[in-house]
Design a binder for this molecule. Structure first.
Ligand code: NAG
Ligand code: NAG
Ligand code: ZN
Length: 318
């Protein structure tokens, strides 16, 4: 059953072009499995909300699958991941803006960012491109049962090119989850100002994704196989959830909470999906390399490293 949801579809979708006209072939997500009598047009962007989250599977069968997100991350149950992601986003071209996407259920910015490499569910190191980021409050994931005030999702999608074939990529998306906790001593994030401000123009000129990671003194993360947390709940996500919450000022937290004050879209004033069952999935633990990464290692080097680590592990286990 589960593997049906993972159906690997070799067709490609072409990236929407932004102002810099970069075109990449992104690996398409598995088709959503709709409930009988339901079609995509029935729910669109507004036919569902967080008050009926328990019933999403009545619309899209995938939402009732076994590999759903978010989950509660039980840290004592995690095992060490051999290859850790290296996070180093290229500085954004100042001429390229981040466009605010028209998503009623969150604030989301879309753009063309940098590449990252992450160990996929297939065990291979796969190249993904950061495409958009958006916000949930309170957090979607919990860590040892604890909710945080806000969680940002950086969504990366695998690409098809001369060196990478979508057919070999099991999870088409890698999503980084970063926690934020209200702090009276936190200073406002410059990056959030044009985004959260009710006077926002809809475009952010400068935004360095590295800023968030450089503020983390501990880049411990938890990695598991999961899904989108909104419809159509596609089960094709490498989730990488960072443990250390970043501080957010009371004023900026309130700005986002105010965004959820529309009682039609947000009847319960939050946009986090309830915790889903782990269903026996593994949770891997690692520490991302976020400082001093000058360039992403090439695929061959990463693969050699994976093999070397695997051999080392086998030796150690024996
Ligand atoms: C938004 O615009 C209004 C009217 O131009 C102004 O009074 C207000 O200070 C602005 N808000 C922020 C946060 O800049
Ligand atoms: C994801 O699932 C695959 C099997 O489909 C498994 O081999 C892999 O270890 C899983 N990854 C994680 C992070 O649990
Ligand atoms: Zn999200």
């Amino acid at each position: 059953m589960i593997f049906g949801f993972f159906a690997l579809i070799p067709t490609l979708i072409t990236a929407e072009t932004t102002t810099n006209e970069v075109i990449r072939d992104y690996c398409s997500l598995p088709d959503a499995v709709y409930a009988d009598g339901v079609s995509a047009a029935d729910f669109g962007a507004t036919g569902w909300n967080y008050a009926n989250a328990a019933n999403w599977a009545d619309l899209v069968v995938t939402c009732g699958g076994s590999f759903q997100s978010p989950i509660d991350i039980v840290t004592t149950g995690s095992t060490q991941e051999p290859v850790q992601p290296q996070i180093h986003y290229r500085s954004k071209d100042a001429s390229v803006g981040y466009e605010e996407a028209n998503k009623p259920y969150t604030k989301e910015y879309e753009g063309e960012y940098s590449e990252i490499e992450v160990t996929d569910a297939s065990g291979s190191v796969i190249r993904y491109y950061a495409k958009q980021f958006h916000i949930h409050t309170p957090s979607e994931h919990t860590i040892d049962g604890k909710y945080y005030d806000l969680e940002i999702h950086f969504v990366h999608q695998a690409i098809q090119d001369d060196e990478q074939d979508c057919n070999t990529v099991k999870n088409k998306l890698t999503v980084f989850g970063l926690m934020f906790q209200e702090s009276s001593s936190a200073t406002d994030y410059e990056a959030f100002k044009p985004w959260f401000d009710s006077n926002a123009t809809g475009e952010v000129d400068s935004f360095d994704l590295n800023d968030f990671f450089s503020k983390m003194s501990d880049a411990t993360y938890y990695h598991y196989n999961g899904s989108l947390t909104t419809l159509p709940c596609s089960q094709t996500v490498n989730w990488v959830v960072f443990q250390q919450p970043l501080p957010i000022s009371t004023a900026q937290l309130k700005q986002f909470q105010d965004f959820l004050s529309d009682s039609t879209l947000f009847p319960i004033k939050h946009n986090n999906r309830p915790i889903q069952h782990l269903n026996g999935r593994k949770i891997l633990k690692g520490t991302a390399i976020t400082a001093g990464v000058t360039e992403i290692p090439n695929l061959e080097a990463s693969f050699a490293q994976t093999v070397a680590m695997a051999i080392l592990l086998v030796i150690l286990i024996q």
